[in-house]
Design a binder for this molecule. Structure first.
Ligand SMILES: *Cc1c(COP(=O)(O)O)cnc(C)c1O
Length: 406
Protein backbone atom coordinates (compact mmCIF):
# COMPACT_ATOMS: atom_id res chain seq x y z
CA UNK A 1 0.00 0.00 0.00
CA UNK A 2 1.53 3.37 -0.99
CA UNK A 3 2.12 5.63 2.02
CA UNK A 4 3.93 8.28 -0.02
CA UNK A 5 3.59 9.79 -3.50
CA UNK A 6 5.39 8.10 -6.40
CA UNK A 7 8.68 9.84 -7.13
CA UNK A 8 7.67 11.11 -10.58
CA UNK A 9 6.78 14.63 -11.79
CA UNK A 10 3.16 15.39 -10.91
CA UNK A 11 0.93 18.19 -12.13
CA UNK A 12 -0.26 21.07 -9.91
CA UNK A 13 -3.80 19.69 -9.38
CA UNK A 14 -2.40 16.35 -8.22
CA UNK A 15 0.12 18.06 -5.93
CA UNK A 16 -2.67 20.18 -4.43
CA UNK A 17 -4.79 17.12 -3.67
CA UNK A 18 -2.10 14.68 -2.61
CA UNK A 19 1.22 16.52 -2.16
CA UNK A 20 3.14 16.71 1.08
CA UNK A 21 1.22 14.23 3.19
CA UNK A 22 3.13 12.85 6.24
CA UNK A 23 1.05 9.71 6.74
CA UNK A 24 1.39 8.23 10.22
CA UNK A 25 1.52 4.56 11.20
CA UNK A 26 -2.30 4.64 11.37
CA UNK A 27 -2.59 5.06 7.57
CA UNK A 28 -5.18 7.84 7.87
CA UNK A 29 -6.61 9.06 4.54
CA UNK A 30 -6.85 12.80 5.36
CA UNK A 31 -3.83 14.59 6.80
CA UNK A 32 -3.59 14.04 10.56
CA UNK A 33 -3.95 17.09 12.77
CA UNK A 34 -1.00 16.91 15.15
CA UNK A 35 -2.24 19.46 17.66
CA UNK A 36 0.70 19.19 20.01
CA UNK A 37 3.21 21.72 21.26
CA UNK A 38 5.96 19.21 21.98
CA UNK A 39 7.25 15.71 21.28
CA UNK A 40 8.74 13.00 23.53
CA UNK A 41 11.96 11.10 23.23
CA UNK A 42 12.48 7.38 23.81
CA UNK A 43 15.71 8.04 25.65
CA UNK A 44 18.04 10.77 26.83
CA UNK A 45 20.37 9.68 24.05
CA UNK A 46 17.71 10.21 21.39
CA UNK A 47 17.07 13.71 22.76
CA UNK A 48 20.80 14.47 22.63
CA UNK A 49 21.13 13.08 19.09
CA UNK A 50 18.13 15.13 17.99
CA UNK A 51 19.62 18.34 19.37
CA UNK A 52 22.95 17.45 17.77
CA UNK A 53 21.15 17.06 14.45
CA UNK A 54 22.21 13.38 14.22
CA UNK A 55 18.66 12.01 14.58
CA UNK A 56 15.56 13.15 12.66
CA UNK A 57 12.91 13.76 15.31
CA UNK A 58 10.39 16.51 15.93
CA UNK A 59 11.36 18.57 19.00
CA UNK A 60 8.91 21.38 19.53
CA UNK A 61 6.19 22.85 17.33
CA UNK A 62 7.89 26.26 17.24
CA UNK A 63 10.60 24.59 15.11
CA UNK A 64 8.62 21.88 13.36
CA UNK A 65 5.46 19.79 13.47
CA UNK A 66 4.23 16.98 11.17
CA UNK A 67 1.05 18.81 10.08
CA UNK A 68 2.96 22.05 9.45
CA UNK A 69 5.64 20.10 7.58
CA UNK A 70 2.98 18.54 5.35
CA UNK A 71 1.81 22.02 4.38
CA UNK A 72 5.38 23.19 3.76
CA UNK A 73 6.11 20.18 1.54
CA UNK A 74 2.89 20.64 -0.45
CA UNK A 75 3.61 24.34 -1.05
CA UNK A 76 7.25 23.72 -2.01
CA UNK A 77 6.23 21.07 -4.57
CA UNK A 78 3.54 23.35 -6.00
CA UNK A 79 5.88 26.36 -6.30
CA UNK A 80 8.78 24.32 -7.64
CA UNK A 81 10.86 25.64 -4.71
CA UNK A 82 13.45 23.66 -2.79
CA UNK A 83 12.11 24.56 0.63
CA UNK A 84 9.26 26.29 2.46
CA UNK A 85 8.44 27.53 5.95
CA UNK A 86 4.94 28.49 6.95
CA UNK A 87 4.13 31.16 9.51
CA UNK A 88 1.21 32.44 11.57
CA UNK A 89 0.24 35.10 9.00
CA UNK A 90 1.32 36.56 5.70
CA UNK A 91 2.89 39.51 7.50
CA UNK A 92 4.89 37.14 9.75
CA UNK A 93 6.17 35.58 6.50
CA UNK A 94 7.18 38.92 4.97
CA UNK A 95 8.76 40.09 8.24
CA UNK A 96 10.73 36.86 8.71
CA UNK A 97 11.89 36.80 5.08
CA UNK A 98 13.26 40.34 5.40
CA UNK A 99 14.57 40.51 8.97
CA UNK A 100 16.25 37.09 8.82
CA UNK A 101 18.34 38.32 5.90
CA UNK A 102 19.04 41.97 6.68
CA UNK A 103 21.31 43.78 9.12
CA UNK A 104 22.20 47.37 9.98
CA UNK A 105 23.88 49.15 7.07
CA UNK A 106 22.04 47.11 4.43
CA UNK A 107 19.89 48.60 1.70
CA UNK A 108 16.44 47.55 0.46
CA UNK A 109 14.75 48.61 -2.76
CA UNK A 110 11.00 48.06 -2.94
CA UNK A 111 8.22 48.75 -5.37
CA UNK A 112 6.02 51.52 -4.01
CA UNK A 113 2.76 49.65 -4.64
CA UNK A 114 2.84 47.25 -1.69
CA UNK A 115 0.25 45.82 0.67
CA UNK A 116 -0.18 48.38 3.49
CA UNK A 117 1.70 46.46 6.19
CA UNK A 118 4.53 45.56 3.80
CA UNK A 119 4.82 49.27 3.03
CA UNK A 120 5.04 49.98 6.79
CA UNK A 121 7.82 47.42 7.29
CA UNK A 122 9.89 49.00 4.50
CA UNK A 123 9.11 52.68 5.22
CA UNK A 124 8.99 52.65 9.04
CA UNK A 125 10.36 49.48 10.65
CA UNK A 126 13.52 48.74 8.66
CA UNK A 127 14.97 52.29 8.96
CA UNK A 128 14.70 51.96 12.77
CA UNK A 129 17.29 49.19 12.56
CA UNK A 130 19.68 51.18 10.40
CA UNK A 131 18.54 49.68 7.11
CA UNK A 132 18.29 52.13 4.22
CA UNK A 133 15.12 51.75 2.17
CA UNK A 134 14.22 53.15 -1.23
CA UNK A 135 10.85 53.00 -3.00
CA UNK A 136 10.55 52.99 -6.78
CA UNK A 137 7.65 52.96 -9.21
CA UNK A 138 7.53 49.22 -9.96
CA UNK A 139 6.60 49.73 -13.62
CA UNK A 140 9.54 52.09 -14.30
CA UNK A 141 12.63 50.04 -15.25
CA UNK A 142 14.79 53.19 -15.35
CA UNK A 143 13.87 53.86 -11.73
CA UNK A 144 14.90 50.32 -10.75
CA UNK A 145 18.15 50.75 -12.73
CA UNK A 146 18.89 54.04 -10.93
CA UNK A 147 18.16 52.51 -7.53
CA UNK A 148 20.60 49.66 -8.19
CA UNK A 149 23.54 52.01 -8.80
CA UNK A 150 24.18 51.49 -5.07
CA UNK A 151 24.83 47.94 -3.84
CA UNK A 152 21.59 46.48 -2.49
CA UNK A 153 20.93 43.47 -0.29
CA UNK A 154 17.21 42.87 -0.83
CA UNK A 155 14.31 43.72 -3.12
CA UNK A 156 10.64 43.44 -2.14
CA UNK A 157 7.97 43.70 -4.81
CA UNK A 158 4.37 42.74 -5.36
CA UNK A 159 2.82 41.89 -8.74
CA UNK A 160 -0.03 42.34 -9.44
CA UNK A 161 -0.07 44.96 -6.71
CA UNK A 162 -2.71 45.84 -4.17
CA UNK A 163 -5.02 47.57 -4.99
CA UNK A 164 -4.16 49.09 -8.40
CA UNK A 165 -3.07 45.78 -10.02
CA UNK A 166 0.22 47.24 -11.30
CA UNK A 167 2.47 44.65 -12.93
CA UNK A 168 6.23 44.51 -12.31
CA UNK A 169 8.45 42.98 -15.02
CA UNK A 170 9.82 40.10 -12.96
CA UNK A 171 12.55 38.98 -15.37
CA UNK A 172 13.93 42.49 -15.92
CA UNK A 173 13.89 43.51 -12.25
CA UNK A 174 15.39 40.19 -11.08
CA UNK A 175 18.26 40.56 -13.58
CA UNK A 176 18.96 44.14 -12.47
CA UNK A 177 18.68 43.22 -8.78
CA UNK A 178 21.03 40.25 -9.07
CA UNK A 179 23.63 42.40 -10.79
CA UNK A 180 23.45 44.71 -7.72
CA UNK A 181 23.87 41.76 -5.37
CA UNK A 182 20.30 41.67 -4.07
CA UNK A 183 18.04 38.79 -3.10
CA UNK A 184 14.61 39.30 -4.71
CA UNK A 185 11.51 38.65 -2.59
CA UNK A 186 8.19 38.54 -4.46
CA UNK A 187 4.85 38.85 -2.66
CA UNK A 188 2.78 36.58 -4.93
CA UNK A 189 -0.51 36.73 -3.04
CA UNK A 190 -2.62 38.19 -5.84
CA UNK A 191 -1.45 35.67 -8.47
CA UNK A 192 -1.15 32.47 -6.40
CA UNK A 193 1.33 29.82 -7.62
CA UNK A 194 -1.29 28.64 -10.13
CA UNK A 195 -1.19 31.87 -12.16
CA UNK A 196 2.43 32.98 -11.70
CA UNK A 197 5.61 31.29 -10.50
CA UNK A 198 8.08 34.12 -9.82
CA UNK A 199 11.07 31.78 -9.44
CA UNK A 200 10.77 30.92 -13.14
CA UNK A 201 11.56 34.60 -13.82
CA UNK A 202 14.49 34.71 -11.40
CA UNK A 203 12.95 35.48 -8.00
CA UNK A 204 14.91 34.05 -5.06
CA UNK A 205 12.20 34.08 -2.42
CA UNK A 206 8.40 33.99 -2.77
CA UNK A 207 6.06 34.95 0.08
CA UNK A 208 2.34 34.34 0.55
CA UNK A 209 -0.50 35.21 2.79
CA UNK A 210 -2.16 31.78 3.07
CA UNK A 211 -5.09 33.65 4.60
CA UNK A 212 -6.21 34.59 1.11
CA UNK A 213 -6.71 32.04 -1.70
CA UNK A 214 -4.94 29.10 0.02
CA UNK A 215 -7.54 28.88 2.78
CA UNK A 216 -9.95 30.69 0.51
CA UNK A 217 -12.90 30.27 2.83
CA UNK A 218 -12.23 33.00 5.36
CA UNK A 219 -11.30 30.82 8.34
CA UNK A 220 -7.66 31.17 9.40
CA UNK A 221 -4.53 33.30 9.05
CA UNK A 222 -1.34 31.85 7.65
CA UNK A 223 1.74 32.72 5.63
CA UNK A 224 4.50 31.02 3.68
CA UNK A 225 8.09 31.75 2.63
CA UNK A 226 9.67 29.71 -0.17
CA UNK A 227 13.27 29.67 -1.34
CA UNK A 228 16.39 27.60 -1.85
CA UNK A 229 17.26 24.90 0.67
CA UNK A 230 20.44 26.76 1.64
CA UNK A 231 18.69 30.09 2.29
CA UNK A 232 15.70 28.57 4.08
CA UNK A 233 17.81 26.31 6.31
CA UNK A 234 20.70 28.68 7.05
CA UNK A 235 19.07 32.14 7.00
CA UNK A 236 15.32 31.82 7.55
CA UNK A 237 15.02 28.78 9.82
CA UNK A 238 17.25 30.06 12.68
CA UNK A 239 15.22 33.31 12.69
CA UNK A 240 11.88 31.48 12.78
CA UNK A 241 13.11 28.97 15.35
CA UNK A 242 14.29 31.65 17.75
CA UNK A 243 11.67 34.35 17.23
CA UNK A 244 8.56 32.15 16.99
CA UNK A 245 6.19 33.41 14.26
CA UNK A 246 4.94 29.81 14.15
CA UNK A 247 1.54 28.80 12.81
CA UNK A 248 -0.85 26.70 14.86
CA UNK A 249 -0.97 23.09 13.57
CA UNK A 250 -4.75 23.53 13.47
CA UNK A 251 -4.50 26.50 11.12
CA UNK A 252 -1.94 24.64 8.98
CA UNK A 253 -4.40 21.73 8.75
CA UNK A 254 -7.27 24.03 7.68
CA UNK A 255 -5.03 25.50 4.96
CA UNK A 256 -4.05 21.98 3.81
CA UNK A 257 -7.73 21.19 3.33
CA UNK A 258 -8.27 24.50 1.51
CA UNK A 259 -5.44 23.79 -0.91
CA UNK A 260 -7.11 20.57 -2.09
CA UNK A 261 -9.51 22.72 -4.14
CA UNK A 262 -7.26 25.70 -5.03
CA UNK A 263 -7.01 24.59 -8.69
CA UNK A 264 -10.83 24.55 -8.95
CA UNK A 265 -11.52 27.74 -7.01
CA UNK A 266 -8.93 30.13 -8.45
CA UNK A 267 -9.72 29.59 -12.17
CA UNK A 268 -13.44 29.88 -11.40
CA UNK A 269 -12.85 33.12 -9.49
CA UNK A 270 -10.68 34.46 -12.36
CA UNK A 271 -13.42 33.68 -14.90
CA UNK A 272 -15.95 35.48 -12.70
CA UNK A 273 -13.58 38.44 -12.23
CA UNK A 274 -13.12 38.80 -15.97
CA UNK A 275 -16.91 38.85 -16.48
CA UNK A 276 -17.29 41.46 -13.72
CA UNK A 277 -14.52 43.61 -15.27
CA UNK A 278 -16.31 43.51 -18.65
CA UNK A 279 -19.53 44.56 -16.96
CA UNK A 280 -17.92 47.41 -14.98
CA UNK A 281 -16.06 48.73 -18.01
CA UNK A 282 -19.34 49.13 -19.88
CA UNK A 283 -21.07 51.05 -17.07
CA UNK A 284 -21.17 54.84 -17.49
CA UNK A 285 -20.79 55.41 -13.73
CA UNK A 286 -17.38 53.71 -13.81
CA UNK A 287 -14.54 56.08 -14.70
CA UNK A 288 -12.04 53.24 -15.08
CA UNK A 289 -12.03 49.49 -14.47
CA UNK A 290 -8.68 47.71 -14.13
CA UNK A 291 -8.12 44.00 -14.74
CA UNK A 292 -4.69 42.69 -15.81
CA UNK A 293 -5.94 40.64 -18.79
CA UNK A 294 -8.08 43.39 -20.33
CA UNK A 295 -6.90 45.72 -23.12
CA UNK A 296 -7.70 48.75 -20.94
CA UNK A 297 -4.96 47.69 -18.47
CA UNK A 298 -1.78 49.60 -19.42
CA UNK A 299 0.40 46.51 -18.84
CA UNK A 300 -1.80 43.80 -20.36
CA UNK A 301 0.99 42.38 -22.56
CA UNK A 302 3.40 42.05 -19.61
CA UNK A 303 0.67 40.51 -17.44
CA UNK A 304 0.05 37.90 -20.15
CA UNK A 305 3.77 37.08 -20.34
CA UNK A 306 4.01 36.39 -16.62
CA UNK A 307 0.59 35.09 -15.65
CA UNK A 308 -1.74 32.41 -16.98
CA UNK A 309 -4.90 34.30 -15.96
CA UNK A 310 -5.71 37.82 -14.80
CA UNK A 311 -6.42 37.05 -11.14
CA UNK A 312 -9.41 37.29 -8.85
CA UNK A 313 -9.43 41.06 -8.23
CA UNK A 314 -10.93 43.96 -10.14
CA UNK A 315 -10.25 47.59 -9.19
CA UNK A 316 -12.54 50.35 -10.40
CA UNK A 317 -13.10 54.05 -9.92
CA UNK A 318 -16.51 55.68 -9.48
CA UNK A 319 -15.25 59.27 -9.35
CA UNK A 320 -15.55 60.29 -5.70
CA UNK A 321 -15.61 59.07 -2.11
CA UNK A 322 -19.31 59.86 -1.96
CA UNK A 323 -20.00 57.64 -4.97
CA UNK A 324 -17.74 54.88 -3.66
CA UNK A 325 -19.50 54.86 -0.28
CA UNK A 326 -22.91 54.89 -2.01
CA UNK A 327 -21.93 51.85 -4.10
CA UNK A 328 -20.53 49.95 -1.09
CA UNK A 329 -23.54 50.77 1.06
CA UNK A 330 -25.90 49.90 -1.79
CA UNK A 331 -24.62 46.34 -2.20
CA UNK A 332 -27.00 43.67 -0.94
CA UNK A 333 -24.96 40.53 -1.66
CA UNK A 334 -21.29 41.51 -1.92
CA UNK A 335 -19.76 42.14 1.52
CA UNK A 336 -17.76 45.18 2.60
CA UNK A 337 -14.49 43.68 3.87
CA UNK A 338 -10.80 44.39 3.54
CA UNK A 339 -10.10 40.65 3.08
CA UNK A 340 -9.67 39.10 -0.38
CA UNK A 341 -9.28 35.79 -2.17
CA UNK A 342 -12.38 34.38 -0.50
CA UNK A 343 -15.28 32.30 -1.86
CA UNK A 344 -17.47 35.31 -1.00
CA UNK A 345 -17.16 38.44 -3.13
CA UNK A 346 -15.95 41.43 -1.14
CA UNK A 347 -15.38 45.13 -1.73
CA UNK A 348 -13.20 47.61 0.06
CA UNK A 349 -12.53 51.33 -0.26
CA UNK A 350 -8.71 51.45 -0.04
CA UNK A 351 -8.41 55.21 0.63
CA UNK A 352 -10.30 54.90 3.94
CA UNK A 353 -9.21 51.38 4.97
CA UNK A 354 -6.19 49.41 3.74
CA UNK A 355 -4.36 52.47 2.43
CA UNK A 356 -5.56 55.12 4.86
CA UNK A 357 -2.30 55.14 6.82
CA UNK A 358 -0.01 55.63 3.81
CA UNK A 359 -1.36 59.20 3.52
CA UNK A 360 -2.95 61.23 0.73
CA UNK A 361 0.33 62.09 -1.00
CA UNK A 362 1.45 58.46 -1.28
CA UNK A 363 -2.05 57.40 -2.38
CA UNK A 364 -1.87 59.95 -5.18
CA UNK A 365 1.52 58.53 -6.25
CA UNK A 366 0.02 55.04 -6.24
CA UNK A 367 -3.00 56.13 -8.28
CA UNK A 368 -5.47 55.36 -5.49
CA UNK A 369 -8.21 57.96 -5.79
CA UNK A 370 -11.07 58.63 -3.39
CA UNK A 371 -13.35 56.89 -5.89
CA UNK A 372 -11.26 53.70 -6.08
CA UNK A 373 -13.00 50.45 -5.09
CA UNK A 374 -11.22 47.09 -4.86
CA UNK A 375 -13.43 44.09 -5.57
CA UNK A 376 -12.35 40.54 -4.75
CA UNK A 377 -14.54 38.33 -6.89
CA UNK A 378 -15.70 35.10 -5.29
CA UNK A 379 -17.38 31.89 -6.27
CA UNK A 380 -21.05 32.90 -6.29
CA UNK A 381 -22.97 32.74 -9.58
CA UNK A 382 -21.39 35.71 -11.34
CA UNK A 383 -24.79 36.82 -12.68
CA UNK A 384 -25.89 37.48 -9.09
CA UNK A 385 -22.72 39.47 -8.36
CA UNK A 386 -23.20 41.53 -11.52
CA UNK A 387 -26.88 42.20 -10.70
CA UNK A 388 -25.87 43.33 -7.23
CA UNK A 389 -23.20 45.69 -8.60
CA UNK A 390 -25.65 46.94 -11.20
CA UNK A 391 -28.33 47.93 -8.67
CA UNK A 392 -25.67 49.57 -6.47
CA UNK A 393 -24.26 51.58 -9.41
CA UNK A 394 -27.80 52.66 -10.33
CA UNK A 395 -27.79 54.68 -7.10
CA UNK A 396 -24.97 57.05 -8.06
CA UNK A 397 -24.87 59.94 -10.44
CA UNK A 398 -22.53 59.67 -13.41
CA UNK A 399 -19.22 61.46 -12.82
CA UNK A 400 -19.32 64.82 -14.59
CA UNK A 401 -16.40 64.28 -16.98
CA UNK A 402 -17.89 61.04 -18.35
CA UNK A 403 -21.14 62.83 -19.05
CA UNK A 404 -19.22 65.60 -20.78
CA UNK A 405 -17.41 63.07 -22.96
CA UNK A 406 -20.65 61.53 -24.21
C1 LIG B 1 -3.07 39.95 2.97
C2 LIG B 1 -1.79 40.25 2.34
C3 LIG B 1 -0.60 40.22 3.10
C4 LIG B 1 -0.60 39.95 4.58
O1 LIG B 1 -1.10 38.70 4.92
P1 LIG B 1 -1.83 38.40 6.34
O2 LIG B 1 -2.10 36.94 6.25
O3 LIG B 1 -3.04 39.26 6.40
O4 LIG B 1 -0.84 38.75 7.41
C5 LIG B 1 0.58 40.53 2.45
N1 LIG B 1 0.61 40.83 1.14
C6 LIG B 1 -0.52 40.87 0.40
C7 LIG B 1 -0.43 41.22 -1.05
C8 LIG B 1 -1.75 40.57 0.96
O5 LIG B 1 -2.86 40.62 0.22
Amino acid sequence: MPRTLPDIPLRPATLLVRGGQNRSSFDEMSEALHLTSGFMYESAGQAEDTFLGKAQHFQYSRFGNPTIEALQNKLAALEGAEACRVTASGMAAVHAAMLSHLKAGDRVVASRALFGSCHWIVSTLLPRYGIETVFVDGADLDAWRDAFRTPTQMVLLETPSNPMLDIVDLRAVCDLAHAAGAVVVVDNVFATPLLQRPMEFGADVVVYSATKHFDGQGRVLGGAVLGSKAWVNDVLQPFIRNTGPSISPFNAWVILKGLETLHLRVPAMCANAERVADFLDARPEVVRALYPFRPSHPQEALARRQMTAGGTLVTFDVGSKENAFAVLDGLRLVDISNNLGDARSMVTHPATTTHMKVGAEERARLGITDGTIRLSVGLEDVADVIEDLSQALDRIARPAHRQAAE
